[in-house]
Ligand binder design. Structure first.
Ligand SMILES: [Zn+2]
Length: 110
């Protein structure tokens, strides 16, 4: 019987570093210049840490996150509308083309 793979502290540090970099990158994409660093592994878990944030910066982040959660993409809405119209009009080629367009748009924009 094969033993379960062990997660070493080195693995956890690597995971923490990758996660910190990914989080920093996503935040940068949204205009938040935050610095995340890998933390010390504890009790078999990886951690990411960040320096204390000023309350006004956190308020900006909260506002930005709320906007992202309620954001409605106009292009998504347009593609959905055109697909629905094509289905209603009995035009499967156009409906299929809109499904493809949605896939491409999702990959490019979201
Ligand atoms: Zn969209």
């Amino acid at each position: 019987m094969a033993s379960a793979p062990t997660t070493t502290d080195a693995d956890l540090r690597t995971l923490a570093a990758q996660t910190a970099a990914a989080l920093q990158s996503v935040c940068r994409d949204h205009g938040w210049a935050l610095r995340f660093t890998p933390g010390q592994p504890m009790s078999g878990s990886a951690y990411v840490q960040f320096p204390p944030l000023r309350v006004d910066v956190v308020e900006q982040i909260i506002t930005g996150l709320r906007r992202l959660m309620t954001y409605r993409c106009l292009e998504c809405a347009d593609i959905k509308r055109r697909r629905a119209k094509a289905i209603e009009a009995g035009c499967p080629q156009t409906a299929a083309a809109m499904a493809v367009a949605m896939g491409l748009h999702q990959r490019a924009a979201h």
